[in-house]
Each structure stands twice: as structure tokens, then as C-alpha cells.
Design a protein around this ligand. Structure first.
Ligand SMILES: Nc1nc2c(ncn2[C@@H]2O[C@H](COP(=O)(O)OP(=O)(O)OP(=O)(O)O)[C@@H](O)[C@H]2O)c(=O)[nH]1
Ligand SMILES: [Mg+2]
Length: 423
């Protein structure tokens, strides 16, 4: 079974923490700070694998984690960077944020996409030495890892999509115009999953890609038969070949309209797609009446019509060449533009600082970033505490306390740090 949609979880590596350390050497009593920086966390990077056409490998393996950066060490030793991981996907895979469904990236062209960036390494204490602060007893924490839930969806890169009722001869058409060898048989639902074939138009390498799809039936839009499960693979197609069996006794126009109705239920934009009607099985006399009917209808609707016999390989060349001609005039294959960037997904509003009062009257400040920031602070070190005060000012904590009505001497509690407020 074709695996063309999966949900996965990716996580980048956290950055290593900076190190607090002081240079030690015989006869040198007060060595300077020499704590090294933490290493960068690894990224999670998507990469196109041209030779692949399914998302099968993500069916059972769904969690992917890049390596964390190492902590910095004494003697200015930088922690090792965490290794990135590469996830290979077939061309045409659309990567979305699972929750919002928004497109992050379309892997239609060569190239890579960083879906989760590793945390940066934290600075070691040697960065915090100044002329007035010679013994910084604090360092910075590494940046956090990023975890994302993603939906991968394969939308094949085909210029032409074959649609029609089961048994109309779609796979036979594909086998005639390309080197693809789809299964062909005299019963409905022979084709169970899409297949691509390359049509060569001339010896200079010109050509296009055709996708054979499972047959559609009445009610497909509501999930009858294989439903529209595979129709996403024609989302990018620039032309549709609508194959109609002319040997069938029922009205070919009615059948054509039924399929078009199902296509419109799946996506109201699909009827606007350039369609070429392909009347098939003209090798028997009995097809003549249906052929006339369908041709007249197409003429009236200004839809191009080709009568062929796929079995006899008759009438295919004009169809192949006319399609090539039309493709030259159409815009290139749809590439989905990102609807949201990875940075936007990470954005957390600044309103996350909250001030409340404890039973003892203390002002309690909370905020997801604050707790982390506190880890970088050494309460026993005056320099570190001054850095702390400055940062509180900068990120709006002091303003928030003033708004809450704080006065000199009141107690401020931020997680496990407590101090008296001095304006
Ligand atoms: N007489 C005649 N039979 C044909 C022609 N083209 C295809 N067939 C036969 O029609 C039957 C169905 O052909 P397929 O190509 O498997 O049809 P399909 O549209 O791919 O069918 P599904 O995969 O079930 O949707 C097979 O028995 C083919 O041999 C044709 O031009 N003339
Ligand atoms: Mg088929």
C-alpha cells in the first residue's frame, strides 16, 4: 500500500551550557575566567531523495532526534557540536505543521529544509569578564531544543493525471505512452495506487510525467470505492486526461459528467484544470455511437477530444503531442508556498510574564523564559546578580512589578530567587 501521508515528531538538539571555570596554574593565584562555550545542538534537516516515491520508511519510525551539544569545559574548551540528522523524503513531499495544517515547506525542488534548528551553545564565563567584573561566576545556558509535530504528505510531481471510471483503460494508456508497466486487467480497481510514467516526446529529452490513478466511482467524493484518497496526487497536475470507455453501453456523456462532479466535490478548483477527453476502445465498431455523442458534447463545451484505441496503440501520438504543446503554454507545476515559517512557529508572545501576590504579600513573578534565565544566575555572586537586575529591567519584569503596585521593601519572588524591591 502506498504510504503518502504520515505524522512524525522531530526534535533538534539542545545547545550545551557554558562552563564556569577559572584558570589554575602553579604560582598563579588569581587566574582569569576560562570556562568554554557549549556546543551547538544538531538540526533536523529534510532532504530530497530523487529515487524514492513513498513515505513508507516513516510509517513505523516516527520520532527523530538530533544530538545535543556538549557542555563547555575548563581551559576555554568548546563543547562538541551535536550532530544534525537528515530525513530523506521523495520529491513532492509537502511538510506541514501538524496542528495548524499550514505548509512549512514543499520539497519539490532539490535542496534542504531545516525543520528544527538546534539550540545555540551557551557562552562560558570567560565572555562575562569586564574590567570591573573579573571573576564572573556564571555562564549562559545552551539554547533549548525545538520539538515539532509535522505532517508529511506526498503530492506527486506529475504534469498529467489520468482520471476516469475503473476499467476505462487508464493504465493501458500509461503503458502505451511511457516505459511504466502498470497492472492491466479486465476488472474494476486493478490499479490500487498511483504510478508515474515519463512520456518522451523527442530525442532531445523533451517530455513530461503522467500519473496513473485508481479509478473513481460515483460517490468517490464521499469516500465510496477508494474514494478520493489518491486525488491529492493530481493536485499539481497541469492537465487531466479523462479516459472514457466507449464500449460501455451507458451514456458516455453522463459518465464523463459524473466523474467531473466527483472531482469538483474533492476540490472545487479542479473543474478549472485543463482537461482533455480521451475516448478509448475505438477498436470495436460498437464504440462508434458513443464516440459521436461524446465528441459532439466536447465540441459544444470547447473541450479537446481524442479518440484512441489504447489496446491497438492507435491514435496516441496526436494526444501525446497536443498535450506537450499545451503544457508549454501552461504555468509550471504548482509548488506550495510556505504559509508559516519555522521562526513564526517558535514565536511566543512577550505577555508571558505574570505577576501575582502570595499569601505573605510577596510579589510573585512567573514566565516560561524566566525560569530558564534564572539557571544562568549565581545568587552568591554580586556581578551575576547585577546582570540579573539589568536583565529584569530589560525584559519588562520591573515595569510589570510597578504596574502591579510594588513599593520599596516589598518582597519579590521569582521561582527560587527572592529579594527586596529597591526602586
Ligand atoms: N478493446 C479494448 N480494450 C481495452 C482498450 N484499452 C484497455 N482495454 C482493456 O480494458 C481493461 C481495463 O484496462 P485498464 O488499463 O486496466 O483500465 P484502468 O482504467 O486502468 O482500470 P482501473 O485500474 O481498474 O481503474 C483491460 O482488460 C484492457 O485490456 C482498448 O483500447 N480497447
Ligand atoms: Mg488501472
Amino acid at each position: 500500500m502506498l504510504i503518502d501521508k504520515v505524522d512524525i515528531v522531530v526534535r533538534s538538539g539542545a545547545g550545551g551550557n557554558g562552563c564556569v571555570s577559572f584558570h589554575r596554574e602553579k604560582y598563579v593565584s588569581h587566574g582569569g575566567p576560562d570556562g568554554g562555550d557549549g556546543g551547538r545542538g544538531g538540526d533536523v534537516i529534510f532532504r530530497v531523495d530523487e529515487g524514492d516515491n513513498t513515505l513508507l520508511k516513516y510509517r513505523y519510525h516516527r520520532k527523530f532526534k538530533a544530538e545535543n551539544g556538549e557542555n563547555g569545559k575548563a581551559s576555554k574548551m568548546h563543547g562538541k557540536n551535536g550532530a544534525s540528522i537528515y530525513l530523506d523524503v521523495p520529491p513532492g513531499t509537502v511538510i506541514r505543521d501538524k496542528e495548524s495544517g499550514k505548509v512549512l515547506f514543499d520539497m519539490s525542488r532539490d535542496g534542504t529544509f531545516v525543520a528544527a534548528k538546534g539550540g545555540r551553545g551557551g557562552f562560558g564565563n570567560r565572555h562575562f569578564a569586564t574590567s570591573t567584573r573579573q571573576t564572573p561566576r556564571f555562564a549562559k545556558l545552551g539554547g533549548e531544543a525545538v520539538e515539532r509535530e509535522l505532517t508529511l504528505e506526498l503530492k506527486m510531481l506529475a504534469d498529467v493525471g489520468l482520471v476516469g471510471f475503473p476499467n476505462a483503460g487508464k493504465s493501458t494508456v500509461l503503458s502505451c505512452v511511457s516505459a511504466a508497466r502498470p497492472k492491466i486487467a479486465d476488472y474494476a480497481f486493478t490499479t490500487l495506487e498511483p504510478m508515474l510514467g515519463v512520456v518522451k516526446v523527442n530525442d532531445e529529452g523533451a517530455g513530461y510525467v503522467v500519473a496513473d490513478l485508481p479509478g473513481l466511482i460515483e460517490g468517490a467524493g464521499e469516500g465510496v470505492g477508494l474514494g478520493t484518497r489518491f486525488l491529492k496526487h493530481i493536485d499539481r497536475c497541469r492537465v487531466l486526461w479523462h479516459v472514457v470507455d466507449l464500449l460501455e453501453e451507458t451514456d458516455p456523456v453522463e459518465r464523463l459528467e459524473k466523474i467531473n462532479y466527483e472531482l469538483s466535490v474533492y476540490d472545487p478548483e479542479l473543474p478549472k484544470r485543463l482537461q482533455i477527453v480521451v475516448g478509448n476502445k475505438c477498436d470495436f465498431e460498437e464504440s462508434a455511437e458513443n464516440r459521436e455523442k461524446l465528441e459532439a458534447y466536447c465540441h459544444e463545451k470547447s473541450v479537446e477530444f481524442f479518440a484512441i484505441s489504447a489496446l491497438q496503440r492507435d491514435g496516441l501520438a496526436p494526444l501525446v503531442h497536443r498535450t506537450y504543446e499545451l503544457l508549454q503554454t501552461l504555468p509550471p507545476l504548482t509548488v506550495y508556498e510556505p504559509e508559516i515559517t519555522a521562526e513564526e512557529l517558535d514565536y511566543k508572545p512577550e505577555t508571558s510574564i505574570e505577576v501575582s501576590r502570595d499569601d505573605d504579600g510577596a510579589y510573585v513573578v512567573t514566565g516560561p523564559h524566566l525560569e530558564r534565565f534564572l539557571y544562568t544566575i549565581n545568587p552568591d555572586d554580586r556581578e551575576s546578580m547585577m546582570y540579573f537586575q539589568r536583565t529584569l529591567n530589560k525584559i519588562g519584569v520591573i515595569a510589570a512589578l510597578r504596574d502591579a503596585g510594588i513599593e520599596e521593601g516589598d518582597t519579590v519572588r521569582i521561582y527560587d530567587v527572592e529579594f527586596d524591591y529597591v526602586p
